[in-house]
Design a protein around this ligand. Structure first.
Ligand SMILES: Cc1cc2nc3c(=O)[nH]c(=O)nc-3n(C[C@H](O)[C@H](O)[C@H](O)COP(=O)(O)OP(=O)(O)OC[C@H]3O[C@@H](n4cnc5c(N)ncnc54)[C@H](O)[C@@H]3O)c2cc1C
Ligand SMILES: NC(=O)c1ccc[n+]([C@@H]2O[C@H](COP(=O)([O-])OP(=O)(O)OC[C@H]3O[C@@H](n4cnc5c(N)ncnc54)[C@H](OP(=O)(O)O)[C@@H]3O)[C@@H](O)[C@H]2O)c1
Length: 429
């Protein structure tokens, strides 16, 4: 039997987990058009690293809590962890704990699937005033990302302003306006639920810088926004052109129907850009094009995520991605990339499945027959040396089980543990 092809994957989000799943489909094989093709005649072993204790990336810390049906990618992890050739190293950050060059010397190949954990910038005055946050930070807070659990979101003004009109903008608008009884049934972080319970926000204004024909949200998400219980969706009929697209037809329907007079509303404004975020100590208003000034205490800048560099790995600072050709990192041997850090912060969960398959195909086509990797046990010894409290798949499943059990008691899918020390103690016993 040939020595195994040992691959490290950095990032346990959808892209990383799909890559692991493609790699482990067959011994050095991959399914093309439904058939298993052997690209390398070596058994494959995969170690997945994540800087957090928990896997799933944005499926845990991005996808909205009221969209549980979108979180099914957990089945990919569930299928993987049974396999003897799969290992999970949670709570291990590449760069902080292991340098990229070391990782490359330990494995035959490395795939970076680290997502995009920074923000696009508006570049206007007042962007960094307290009370002005990126939607990414708000999303991370309500989804229980450990690094945002103590963020001080103040929902004490009746209006919130969201800049941008992609699907993330719609997510945050929904979370700010949904009845608390609806949120109570979700896996929203307990601290966010407590703050939202006392929220003064009654109006969320979304600013799209272009016309509705260019709006980045998708039609099903728009339809859902128009049917939220206890929430009026306000669209100005004059904004919506006659063109026959699904989204415009939906917008026209919403613009033409009478408002219910609910005490919560979401207002979609188009062709409106923020010029300045104003306030003395905190956000007090947003000046927008057309001379309007919107009073508000909370601004969420939902204008896109942005990839962050890792020292030792090439980085395209203008696009926020790792430069690559067909998934091969430019200038580095045996190093690959997939997901948002490969393509930019666009695309739904499923997009990463094909993206990961393309990268895995490239990797298998490049793989030599000679092993350059360390045995699995030696890698584990070295990781333990750096990070004695790393979390393996069994540890994560213990925490997962705990969260689900807490959730069952509260009629929720799960109750997230957000404190990393508590996560570690539950995972590692
Ligand atoms: C707010 C929001 C809501 C969304 N909702 C939906 C939805 O409802 N439906 C849908 O289909 N798509 C949705 N998406 C899109 C979907 O989440 C993305 O397509 C997908 O998560 C991208 O996958 P990824 O693996 O590239 O990145 P990520 O999911 O971000 O995963 C990256 C992983 O890498 C880890 N990592 C980062 N740096 C390091 C490091 N140095 N060392 C070790 N680990 C590291 C991170 O902790 C993370 O776990 C949403 C996106 C956002 C932002
Ligand atoms: N339910 C779901 O399936 C779901 C939920 C959430 C996210 N996602 C996916 O995740 C990805 C990321 O979503 P996203 O909403 O973060 O990104 P997005 O879809 O790219 O939307 C970004 C928004 O920001 C606007 N914008 C960018 N720069 C701006 C600026 N300087 N000033 C004002 N507005 C600016 C864009 O306007 P322009 O169009 O004018 O550039 C656009 O409206 C998308 O692919 C999305 O579909 C899916």
């Amino acid at each position: 039997m040939n020595a195994p092809l040992r691959v490290a994957i950095v990032g346990a989000g959808p892209a990383g987990l799909y890559a692991a799943s493609h790699l482990l489909e067959g011994p050095g094989g991959t399914y093309l058009n439904g058939q298993l093709h052997y690209l390398v005649h070596r058994p494959v072993e995969v170690d997945v690293f994540d800087r957090l204790v928990t896997p799933w990336g944005l499926v845990r810390h991005g996808v909205a809590p009221d969209h549980p049906e979108k979180k099914l990618v957990h089945t990919v992890f569930d299928a993987l962890h049974h396999r003897p050739w799969f290992r999970y190293y949670g709570n291990v950050e590449v760069w902080r704990d292991i340098q990229p060059a070391e990782l490359s010397s330990w494995y035959d190949a490395v795939i970076y699937a680290v997502g995009a954990s920074g923000d696009n910038r508006l570049g206007i005055a007042g962007e960094d005033l307290p009370g002005s946050w990126s939607a990414r930070e708000f999303v991370a807070w309500y989804n229980g990302h450990p690094e945002y659990r103590n963020a001080d979101f103040r929902l004490d003004h009746k209006r919130a302003v969201v800049i941008g009109n992609g699907n993330v903008a719609l997510d945050v608008a929904r979370i700010l306006t949904l009845p608390i009884a609806d949120l109570e049934r979700t896996d929203i972080a307990p601290h966010a639920l407590a703050t939202l319970r006392n929220s003064a926000v009654r109006e969320v204004v979304l600013l799209g810088r272009r016309g509705p024909e260019h709006a980045a949200f998708s039609n099903p998400e728009l339809e859902e926004l128009g049917d939220l219980p206890g929430v009026d969706l306000v669209v100005d009929r004059a904004d919506v052109p006659e063109a026959a697209t699904r989204k415009l037809a939906t917008l026209r329907r919403f613009a033409e129907r009478p408002l219910h007079g609910h005490d919560r509303r979401i207002v979609l404004r188009f062709d409106t850009s923020p010029l300045e975020i104003r306030g003395r100590e905190r956000v007090e208003s947003v000046q927008v094009t057309g001379g309007d000034v919107l009073d508000t205490g909370l601004v969420l800048r939902s204008i896109g995520y942005f990839g962050l560099p890792i020292d030792g790995i090439p980085f395209d600072t203008s696009r926020g991605v790792i430069p690559n050709e067909d998934g091969r990192v430019v200038g580095l041997d045996r190093t690959y990339v997939t997901g948002w850090i490969k393509r930019g912060p666009r695309g739904i969960i499923g997009t990463n499945k094909k993206c990961a398959r393309d990268t895995v195909r490239t990797l298998l086509a490049d793989a030599s027959t000679t092993a350059t990797s360390l045995p699995a046990m030696e890698v584990e010894r070295r990781v333990r040396e750096r990070r004695p409290d790393f979390v393996n798949a069994v540890g994560w499943l213990r925490l997962d089980d705990h969260e689900r059990r807490l959730g069952r008691l509260a009629h929720q899918p799960r109750q997230k543990v957000c404190d990393p020390a508590e996560q570690l103690s539950l995972a590692n016993g």
